[in-house]
Design a protein around this ligand. Structure first.
Ligand code: KIV
Length: 393
């Protein structure tokens, strides 16, 4: 994996929303302790912003965000707020003790949402955004604004709404793909459109928030970054509303692999990625699928003969990422099954102390293949039973 070539590249801010949009996953409820522990791990990973929750939702949420703000000092702590006074006040109350705080204001922006959810016209929405961004600026100089459902909104209206938010003092403009309907080319075009049409665009950070309904969230985030976005919103293990959010681990690793080509880097220290993934898996109760990119259990397991042979000769033939670099607890693994070949079998037998050669090796390998036809994985115990009588012969 090519490293993170920091020199002369622009830094992309990593905004983690595991504790807010991640908690919107069906069935997930983090306790205040969970939130503090996860926020601590995120700060240790050196993400830039932790969105700790939605204080307007309940008093318990105010307390949970307050606990994160009080205890996790070395990161910006953010609270979400609708563009209504009560939410902005709740966020202000929750973030009062933070070393550095951000309020994230959002309001619906597509005509569908305005007509069928909010029941307000475009002018009213612009007014709500202006009033509440200003209100938030009285609490903190760091205010993010999101036009919700931006990827289904009219682009001229988005320009008008975002311009109003920038004039009212928003310092980050986040573009949410709320239902995960966008594709990379339209995301890139939308970022270029906003940059070209919003007066003062150079003075604010543009951000992308993706949902994964079509499995395109990471690709869309990369397209946004290539089109100039200075922030990406992500969640650990990609948890979040419905099919989830853009995965932190995917974006961070994709930007490590492609960062020097794109001209960007992040501050994230990848060594904490696997431990953090396990922590979020435990606390959220959402199991990480085995084939999940970067952090899935199979991410560094090799089962087929050709891949095993290659990886044993030179790891990078079939591994893009160095498992050690992301704190993987096991690392590269050779898993024996019916598609495995002699190289993988020889290596695993050797690790168990059976250095078989010539005819003895062939005899053991035939026994292994017969066993592998009967069961999906040939474990160490099976391997010992296969090799011991041959070695003793
Ligand atoms: O998906 C979404 O639109 C959001 C916004 C509040 C950023 O979560």
């Amino acid at each position: 994996m090519s490293g993170n070539h920091v020199a002369a590249t622009r830094r992309v801010v990593v905004f983690d929303t595991t504790l807010r949009d991640g908690e919107q996953s069906a069935g997930v409820a983090f306790s205040a302790r969970d939130k503090v522990e996860i926020a601590r791990a995120l700060a240790d990973l050196r993400v830039d912003v932790v969105e700790a929750g939605f204080p307007g939702a309940s008093l318990a949420e105010v307390e949970a965000v307050r606990a994160v703000a009080r205890e996790v000092r070395d990161v910006v702590v953010c609270g979400l707020a609708r563009a209504v006074a009560a939410d902005v006040e709740a966020a202000g109350e929750a973030l009062h003790e933070a070393a550095r705080s951000r309020i994230h204001i959002f309001v619906n922006s597509s005509d569908m949402h305005l007509a069928h959810q909010l029941g307000k016209g475009r002018e009213q929405v612009v007014r709500l955004a202006t009033e509440n961004v200003r209100r938030a600026r009285h609490v903190t100089p760091d205010v993010e604004f999101s036009p919700m459902d931006a990827t289904r909104a009219d682009w001229d209206f988005l320009t008008e709404l975002v311009t109003a938010a920038v004039e009212a003092g928003a310092t980050t403009i986040n573009v949410p793909d709320t239902v995960g309907c966008a594709r990379p080319t339209t995301i890139a075009a939308l970022f270029r459109h906003l940059h070209a049409t919003v007066p003062g665009a150079d003075g604010v950070t543009f951000s992308f928030h993706g949902q994964d309904d079509l499995g395109l969230a990471t690709a869309n985030a990369l397209a946004a970054v290539e089109a100039g976005a200075g922030q990406v919103e992500v969640a650990v293990n990609g948890i979040g509303e419905r099919a989830g959010n853009t995965s932190l681990e995917e974006v961070v690793l994709a930007l490590r692999v492609h960062g020097s080509e794109i001209g960007v880097h992040t501050s994230v220290d990848p060594r904490g990625i696997c431990p953090l993934s396990r922590l979020v898996e435990q606390r959220s109760g959402i199991p990480v699928p085995p084939n999940k990119a970067v952090v899935g259990a199979n991410a560094f397991r090799h089962a087929s003969g050709i891949h095993q042979d290659g990886v044993l000769k030179f790891r990078e033939t079939y591994e893009l990422i160095d498992p050690e670099e992301i704190g993987h607890p096991v690392g590269t693994e050779i898993v024996l099954g019916k598609l495995s070949g002699r190289a993988g079998f020889r290596e695993r037998a050797r690790q168990l102390g059976f250095a078989l050669e010539g005819e003895l090796f062939e005899a053991a390998f035939q026994r292994f293949q017969a066993q592998a036809d009967r069961q999906p994985v040939v474990e160490d115990a099976d391997l010992r039973k296969i090799c011991r009588p041959v070695a003793a012969a």
